[in-house]
Write a protein that binds this ligand. Structure first.
Ligand code: TYD
Length: 138
């Protein structure tokens, strides 16, 4: 399957009652990998573009637990897709070796990221041309 076809929106289980909402994302169950790392991004202004990289190994799930943002995904072979993240119980799954850009952050955006690997700068590709070249051989 092409990497682009593996990108998909995920719906998480919601447990809501009069006390509020609780959303569950369990590794290897709701999320298709074991979670090794969690980080979150907030305070990015509307005109900022984050990401702009691909990962050789790491898979991610991105969830706007508050506010909204957009994610553009490119496969380095001319295909791209844009996803809107604007619901706390919805995430996007990104396999390894896709180029991603996060942008259009709302002022209240809190973007939660679940990752399959610990941080290793060596597995980040931060140059698009280099990524496209590597993706061609993938
Ligand atoms: P960066 O990769 O530029 O963030 P984004 O994906 O939003 O574009 O990361 C910002 C800084 O944080 C950079 O110096 C690397 C560091 N960082 C870590 O140390 N560990 C991590 O898990 C992440 C995601 C980033």
């Amino acid at each position: 399957m092409h990497n682009m076809d593996r990108v998909k929106m995920l719906e998480f289980q919601q447990h809501g009652d009069e006390r509020g909402h609780l959303v569950i994302a369990e590794g290897l169950q709701d999320v298709p990998f074991a979670i090794s790392r969690v980080f979150y991004i907030y305070g990015s202004s509307h005109d900022v573009v984050r990401g702009k990289h691909a990962n050789k190994k790491t898979e991610f799930v991105l969830i706007n637990v508050a506010g909204a943002s957009k994610v553009k995904v490119r496969d380095g072979k001319g295909n791209e897709a844009v996803f809107c993240l604007n619901r706390p119980h919805t995430g996007i799954y990104l396999p390894a070796m896709v180029w991603k850009e996060m942008y259009d952050f709302s002022e209240d955006s809190v973007l939660l990221v679940l990752a399959s690997e610990h941080y290793d700068e060596e597995e980040y590709i931060r140059d698009y041309e280099e990524f496209a070249k590597a993706a061609g051989k993938w």
